[in-house]
Write a protein that binds this ligand. Sequence first.
Ligand SMILES: [Zn+2]
Length: 479
Amino acid sequence: MAQFYLTTTLPYINSEPHLGFALEIVRADALARAHRLAGDNVFFNTGVDEHGLKVWRKAQGLGLETQAYCDKLAASFNDLKKLLDLSYDNFIRTTDQHHQAAAQEFWRRCLASGDIYKQHYSVKYCVGCEMEKTDSELENGHCPLHPDQDLELIDEENYFFRLSKYQNQLLKLYDSQPDFVVPANRLKEIRNFVANGLQDFSISRLVSKLPWGVAVPDDPEQVMYVWFDALVNYISAIGWPDKPEKFNQWWPAVQIAGKDNLRPQALMWQAMLMSAGLPASRQIFIDGFITAGGQKMSKSLGNVISPVELVEKFGADVVRYYLLAEINDRDDGDYTDERFMEVYQADLANGLGNLFSRLGNLAWKNGLNPLAPKIGQLYTKVIQSVENWQFNQAVGYIWQVYRQIDKKLTEQQPWKLETAAAQKSLQPLVEDLVDAAYCLQIFLPTTAKTILNFFSQPITGKPKPLFPRFDQFNNNFKK
Ligand SMILES: [Zn+2]
């Protein structure tokens, strides 16, 4: 049994969970479920990043004590587990005492490697990204990801991390493992960036300007830069440094991140691990963004889609289906209510939903015997696609099977046949449906369970509809 550790990034809790993070964690969940189905021993980590300027300012702006604010938001992120039917094993908060102690120990290791030094720091800073920005990265003087926010000047004495020292080791890591970052164009992007030369980066802030962060060891005037502390969660979550057995059992991790996280995950974090004398991550999957009708979602445009509202209206599996089957897994994807309804109607209500109710009804009327799923070619193809981060393809394989069953059902018309002949016609179709439902557990766990349960025992009546009627949903969209 293989050990498999995967982790999402930790979102900042300066706002409620957004659809982009729902995408990241639903894909991560599918990967975790695929590995569990394949018999692996899985540890799936997620959580929240509670430090940094923007979280602190948010709490200040609301007049709340920062920790109290974080407690409230952390709970609403952890609510996603039930809401989106997620199977994570651990929810880490960067304010956890264990994590803060781990971040401090990590700092000491990097210091001992000669990679931390003090220097004057003067940069333009995007609080939205919690990252410094060079002029070449700006568009019209603003961060392209946060065009509504002004950049701020940081001008203070800080500690720096000697990133420049790791250029060659990083290039070696990328070259030795061509699938270290997936999709491949993201590996190329980060490789080019590193090949062009690396600047050391600041890893602390003056307490007098930002009192909210992990204390720098032996310097009461400085707290850690939020990224330095947060990245360490991937190992503090599995017991580093005080539980070496647990750490060695799970590390290295497969990491999942949005495209704005490419540099922190594939570059900064990897160099930090090298400095601390720890193995690199196992693999990093990079997601694109979700736009709304082709536009960036933003509060000022009023087009932010809440994953919470969507699930409350349509249920976890419907939202999971849209994210996994419809959102492009190689680049940015788009959300519109119209497309959501089209996909719902075509693939779920009229597709799988209708097929299950027809086949279930016929199986009941013709007294088909209980069936257990078999593992075959479909399973192999689905698992392979998920492991390559190709969710559109993986779900597509399952829907191909549904369409084939549907076609055969229409051709064979078993409802016109005598019982024995009908059974003979239905048996292979139900077998295919059940085998596909076994794979469907990875993506739509509740739906898959309903199908598997229905056919695994003597059928005593016609099945209940898998997906509610379209017109009820349609009313939900009228605002
Ligand atoms: Zn930004």
